[in-house]
Design a protein around this ligand. Structure first.
Ligand code: ES4
Ligand code: ZN
Length: 326
């Protein structure tokens, strides 16, 4: 059996996927038409041609514009079911999915519309494909902490529909410390905690995500290797990193896949996972991330099996569910 086949067929979990980043251009246009929303792009091709990013911010501008077509519960359902179906084809058995409520509530969409539509799709994926899913609510770090606290208040009546919180959007200039109070409240509520750190931001943001926010996983975290003491700590404490190779290339964190530090992260003993981040924008779903990374770096079957195993180990599934999937 080929390495390609192994990568495609091995059961895996996906732990770093923004559901709004799974919105394909075709669905953006279909929803724009269905909802009577005007787009700045004349066609699917023109929109796709705009996906030429120079950094995180240039991507985020287009990503928030794309999300503007989402108005009704059914829109959130359709987007989420499309992702889950595509992930099922990649043999994803479990997905922990980020959603950005503020992107929608700021436009006047109700919090319940967002979470109910997404959550109904998770229920259906479980029934159709036996695939499990869980939601992680992200706070937009470019907005004030007060907005994050207000979002948390809106989320409380829906507490049973999500398992944790994260931190995303523009990293530079918005250190984890800015969200210390809201993360402390989330910890009291028994929520799982994660944060994007060390994607574009410095290793110090990884350290403060751990020390100030008390996160259990670091999203991206690839810049940890600039700090040897931090790298040793992440390895010793088995802190998972949810790495997204194609994202890192599209957003110019690394020039080429051959320059990616994934193998170095593994060699440092880190609990690395491979994920798609925003698959509709970055040129591939999770198996594309595996296949292209394994073509570009000297990685083999042993690492394939390790990365698949890590995806379940690093998940927030309970130990009994992990044992069944491992
Ligand atoms: C994101 Cl790649 C990335 N980084 C930070 N925030 C995000 N939101 C969606 N994708
Ligand atoms: Zn991300």
């Amino acid at each position: 059996e080929s390495l390609r086949n192994l990568l495609q067929k091995m059961p895996k979990a996906e732990l770093h996927i923004h559901i709004e980043g799974s919105l394909e251009p075709e669905l953006i246009f279909a929803l724009a038409k269905r909802n009577g929303v005007a787009l700045r792009y004349a066609s699917v091709d023109e929109l796709r041609r705009a996906y030429a990013f120079t950094d995180l911010q240039s991507f985020l501008d287009i990503y928030y514009a794309g999300a503007s077509v989402l108005l009704h519960e059914q829109d959130f359902y359709d987007m989420t079911l499309a992702y889950l179906q595509r992930a099922h084809a990649d043999n994803v058995r479990h997905a922990e999915i980020f959603f950005d409520p503020q992107t929608h509530t700021e436009r006047g969409v109700a919090f319940s519309t967002v979470i109910d539509g997404i959550h109904r799709a998770l229920d259906d994926a479980k029934r159709h494909w036996g695939m499990s899913g869980a939601l992680i609510m992200c706070f937009l770090r470019h907005l004030p902490e007060e907005d994050a606290l207000a979002t948390l208040e809106q989320a409380i009546p829906h507490r049973a529909k999500f398992i944790g919180v994260g931190l995303d959007s523009s990293e530079r200039g918005h250190p984890p410390e800015k969200f210390a109070r809201v993360f402390a409240r989330c910890k009291e509520l028994g929520l799982h905690l994660v944060a994007h750190a060390g994607e574009e931001g410095p290793p110090d943001y990884i350290r403060s995500a751990l020390d100030v926010l008390h996160v259990e996983r670091i999203d991206h975290g690839v810049r940890c290797l600039e700090d040897a003491a931090l790298t040793r700590r992440l390895a010793e404490q088995r802190v998972p990193l949810t790495v997204c190779p194609l994202s890192n290339i599209k957003l110019r964190v690394f020039d080429r896949l051959a320059d990616h530090n994934l193998l170095k992260l593994l060699e440092a003993g880190l609990l690395v996972t491979v994920n798609s981040d925003d698959p509709a924008y970055f040129g591939g779903y999770v198996n594309d991330n595996f296949l292209r990374m394994f073509e570009a770096l000297p990685l083999g079957r042993e690492q394939a099996r390790l990365l698949a195993r890590n995806s379940f180990v690093a998940s927030f599934l309970d130990e009994a569910a992990k044992r069944k999937l491992l």
